[in-house]
Design a protein around this ligand. Structure first.
Ligand SMILES: C[C@H](O)CC(=O)C(=O)O
Ligand SMILES: [Mn+2]
Length: 338
């Protein structure tokens, strides 16, 4: 019997960063229809920074995420919609609204050392009858023992799956293996893994995660996501099938939605540019990419210098304002390298 894994697609959520949160209802419907036909079990829809993310700080959504969740849900009979929520950005009401709009799963995301802020959200997810997941972001920033401690908190609150989230695309395969194995040894719930491709390691890291026992792996079509994007879903379908795993996703239909739908609205190819490489190298949150490019342009400084400095400062999600501060400091110090 083939071992089952769930490939959870985040094109319509992590991809929202790359799309500057401008998904249209028609784009979402087309992708959702494609997922339904291809046999995808779970896919995520919401603002890139999760429910309630539409704001001056993170970027306003063109179309209200609830409308997008509702539209996606209307297209699906078997595929289930997940939403992401970051405590402090999204509210209790947002989770309730998302459930009414058709969400079946909620992933509660915190910085890797802050699982304790998710207790109420995990409880609420369970009370709403949603499949409830803990999502430990910027996993490269904590030693494995801390990650285990934090994952245990999530599990104790009721999370049914806990994710190791490589938000900066900074982890190397042996580190993924160590972290996922430690969670498998210390938790009873399932373990998931979310990669970013900033060091061209998303696929290798996803394979390392599955080999270490992860059963949920995130991906996005054509890699559409923050930074250099995520592990490419349609490629994972092929690779994991070759490795003898069963994802339930049909290869040709998932390739069709990637190439006939998503590729046509992507604003740019998901390449590993100088800046996204630097994010993986210095451990910077992938969703900082477009803000960094804007700040570099505005202050005429090298994006790589901003990113190196943000990495040294250990900047985390929610500190987007630091990007501009660092750019201004580089100007003040006369580090004008462009
Ligand atoms: C809010 C972030 O975009 C969540 C995520 O996908 C990550 O940390 O990676
Ligand atoms: Mn991500």
């Amino acid at each position: 019997m083939k071992q089952e894994i769930t490939l959870l697609d985040v094109t319509l959520r992590d991809g929202s960063h790359s799309m500057r949160h401008a998904f249209t209802e028609e784009q979402v419907r087309q992708v959702a229809r494609g997922f339904e036909q291809a046999g995808v079990k779970y896919f995520e829809v919401s603002h890139g920074d999760g429910l309630g993310g539409s704001s001056l700080q993170y970027g306003f959504s063109t179309v209200d995420e609830l409308k997008l969740i509702e539209a996606a849900s209307e297209e699906c009979k078997n595929a289930n919609i997940s939403v992401l929520i970051l405590p402090g950005i999204g509210l209790k009401e947002d989770m309730e609204d998302a459930k009414r709009a058709g969400a079946k799963m909620v992933r509660v995301a915190t910085h890797v050392t802050e699982a304790d802020v998710a207790k109420q959200h995990i409880h609420l997810g369970r009370n709403l009858g949603l499949k409830t997941v803990g999502f430990l972001m910027m996993a490269h920033m904590a030693p494995t023992a801390t990650l285990v401690q934090q994952a245990k908190l999530f599990e104790s609150y009721g999370a049914e799956i806990v994710y190791v989230t490589d938000s900066a695309g900074a982890l190397l395969p042996h580190e993924v293996k160590e972290k996922v194995s430690a969670l498998k040894e210390n938790l009873s719930c399932e373990v998931g893994f979310h990669a970013h491709n900033n060091l061209s390691l998303a696929m290798a890291n996803s394979m390392a995660a599955v080999e270490a026992g992860a059963t949920y792996i995130d991906g996005s079509l054509r890699c559409l996501g923050a930074g250099s994007g995520n592990t490419q879903t349609e490629v994972m379908v092929a690779v994991f099938e070759r490795l003898g795993y069963e994802s339930g996703i049909k290869l040709f239909p998932i390739m069709d939605v990637a190439n006939e739908v998503v590729a046509k609205f992507m604003p740019r190819p998901q390449e590993i540019t100088g800046s996204s490489l630097m994010m993986g190298y210095s451990g910077v949150y992938s969703s900082f990419l477009l803000f960094t490019q804007e700040a570099a342009k505005r202050y005429n400084v090298d994006e790589r210098d901003i990113l190196l400095q943000l990495g040294k400062m250990q900047a985390v999600g929610g500190q987007e304002d630091l990007i501009y501060e660092v750019a201004r400091e580089l100007v003040a110090k006369n580090v004008i390298t462009k």
